[in-house]
Design a protein. Sequence first.
Lengths: 199, 327
Amino acid sequence: MHVGPPNRSRWLAVEILPHEPALRAWLTAKRLPGVEVEDIIQDTYSVLVDLEAVDHITHPKTYMFRTAYSLAVNQLRRQRIVAIEMVAEIDAISPPDETPSVERQVADRQELRRVAEAIADLKGRTREIFILRKIEGMSQREVAKRLGVTEGVVEKQVAKGLETLVRLFGRGKKTSHTSKTQDAKIAAPAVESEISKRS
Amino acid sequence: MSVRENHIEIDRAAALWASRIDRGLNSGEATALEAWKAADTRRNGALARALAVMDQLDRAQALGTNYDPQAFRPPANINRRAALWGGGALAASVAAAIGVGLSTRPAYYVARKGQVRLISLADGSVVTLNSASKVAVRYSEGARDVTLLEGEALFDVAKNPDRPFTVYSGDARVRAVGTSFTVRRLADRPTQVVVREGVVEVSRPAARTRMGGKPQNPTAVRLVANEMATADAASTAVETVALSPVDLQQQLAWKDGMIAFKRTRLSDAAAEFARYSDTPILVDPAVADRTITGLFSAYNPAEFAQSAALSLDLTAQRDGAAVRLTP
């Protein structure tokens, strides 16, 4: 059960999260005094998740950048630091290059691989628990029973793993794998099937 | 004197909340969550991001991961890998759970409510899990055994006469001979098997057949394409019926996220939707026996209620978290 419109998480995951590394780099390069880049990014997600609707947004990346930039400028204004060039720049933000979406199946495989690699990078107990819970889809109770730990431990380990993954995806960090990863034993789905909606 | 939270602390707390949300909040926690979020917009945003990543994981699950994390590890990390997997029985069961097949312990696969999941098994067989279903897979040298613990699954079995593929559901056993078939096991309902292609053998402790008096092996019933078998709850009989191609498609509609109804009572239809969604459809007793026919999106109970209201001249309205159908 998710809080807020469940499709919003999907939209954020697909249309916003992949651009976070670029946003971070862009904001950092601006060197705005007294502006904490990480705070701005968290606040940007807050604005995006609270939007009434997102169907009208044709260029999510641009929207994300503009939102972040407005938040940053607001922060500057609150500090009474206003540089004329900066204010003018908001209107002059040209949409960053929106690359056309890769053919769906290829994109999904890449994403699958990315998730798998990220999880493989987790360590020890966190990884075990994370795999049982989030890959095998066992309930918290089942995992606790299986490993002989409390549900609280399972909950915290999932959180720990998630925290690492959030950092990984948000920063586009390379995993510890080279591009010549040996062909993983991902048994390719016979049919591309993704039906996962919640009412 | 309070120090303002930094973004790392916020992300940590957000991850914990996301983990809790994932296993379901109780109402006390839900209230606490709103208060936590409201205190700082950064918290709201951090949680949104954590839930988005969680969503990525669910998507990856839906694409069917039967991956071997060993294959993703750089070869140089042999020692770390050994340390990680060295734990004997625990290692074996975890490895089996992710399909490495190190031992004959069962590997569990679960599809949660609202999820359809495709599992590719090592021999090329494919299991498609319907919403709210759970199977335990145990492959060994001479046998491929799957136990349907609950729910419904479609099995596309790779042909291998030397290694029989058997699905266990309650006291029923379904043996496949290179086929495509579904097994359904819902609470308080008899096991149901539908064959799409090929032949299966359905047996029960002492099965008898009841279909047009055709003589059958008393312990097993053969089922061919377009046939459906039900393991009668009151006895050990296996009842078979032939399905029209349309009926067959309707039985498999869930694969495409749809539900088919054919003169189905509204209360039964509502119960069917409950398998796929947490939004209940409350049917007024006065109209419970009205019937509906059609093909509907399994994950949109509100849409179904509106369609039913339209075609049966009823009223559909939201009632809190539920949807209500009244005269």
